[in-house]
Design a protein around this ligand. Structure first.
Ligand code: SF4
Ligand code: SF4
Length: 212
């Protein structure tokens, strides 16, 4: 294989299109940069994240996008996926970029902060908002904590089933998670998280020492 062909095969667009997480008909190369995804993206509304720009960088094979901290603001609501007129999915592309960042060990601090989502699967069998986000949500959304504490009653009044799974179902989920080594991976993630915290506090201490 000559060098140009090999480079093409390994460029960012092709890495994404050939990734196992990419849909077979992912319309990355059909993106017309219309910006609809960004205009509807809730993460773009509240942060510097821009799905259209992310796709543009991928099409330009600009690998700096892998290191861009803004890509960690997407929370996979799939609005962009459903709105795109050419069948592209910034959401899927984002997932693959993050996986590349993880494989390159570039973004441990973001991955580690997500370990509490894993705890939620182990504890209640479904994903849930990490407790560490509660106070921030309370500050951002008026009445959020009240809604959270009264959610089960509100659902009952609306004749909706409980959010919580029953104990047997939770046990089943735990069994499955153990079977796929989810628990071990979660423990690994947490030990990395603790190491990172220790390193950060040591850096802070030494900086404080320097300024005294
Ligand atoms: S991904 Fe789709 S919606 Fe977003 S800029 Fe490209 S064509 Fe437009
Ligand atoms: S999935 Fe991510 S990029 Fe797409 S609209 Fe939702 S937050 Fe934005």
């Amino acid at each position: 294989m000559d060098k140009e062909k090999k480079d093409n095969k390994n460029n960012l667009s092709n890495q994404i299109l050939n990734n196992i997480k990419a849909s077979k008909d992912l319309g990355l190369l059909r993106c017309v940069q219309c910006g609809m995804c960004t205009s509807m993206c809730p993460a773009a509304k509240h942060s510097k994240y821009n799905p259209r720009l992310m796709v543009e960088k991928v099409l330009e094979n600009d690998e700096n996008i892998i290191k861009d901290e803004n890509i960690w603001n997407c929370f996979y609501c799939y609005t962009c996926h459903s709105i795109c007129g050419v069948g592209n999915s910034p959401c899927e592309i984002n997932q693959i970029l993050r996986q590349i960042a993880i494989d390159k060990k570039q973004e441990d601090k973001f991955v580690n902060s997500l370990s509490s989502y894993g705890d939620s699967f182990m504890e209640i069998g479904i994903g849930g908002m990490p407790k560490s986000f509660f106070m921030q949500l309370h500050e951002d959304i008026d009445g959020w904590l009240d809604l959270k504490s009264e959610l089960e009653d509100i659902r009952e009044n609306l004749d909706l089933g409980p959010v919580k799974m029953d104990e047997n179902s939770i046990k089943e989920v735990r069994k499955l998670l153990k079977h796929i080594n989810f628990e071990k991976r979660l423990e690994k993630l947490k030990s990395q998280e603790n190491k990172l915290k220790t390193n950060n506090s040591e850096v802070k201490k030494s900086k404080k020492g320097e300024t005294q």
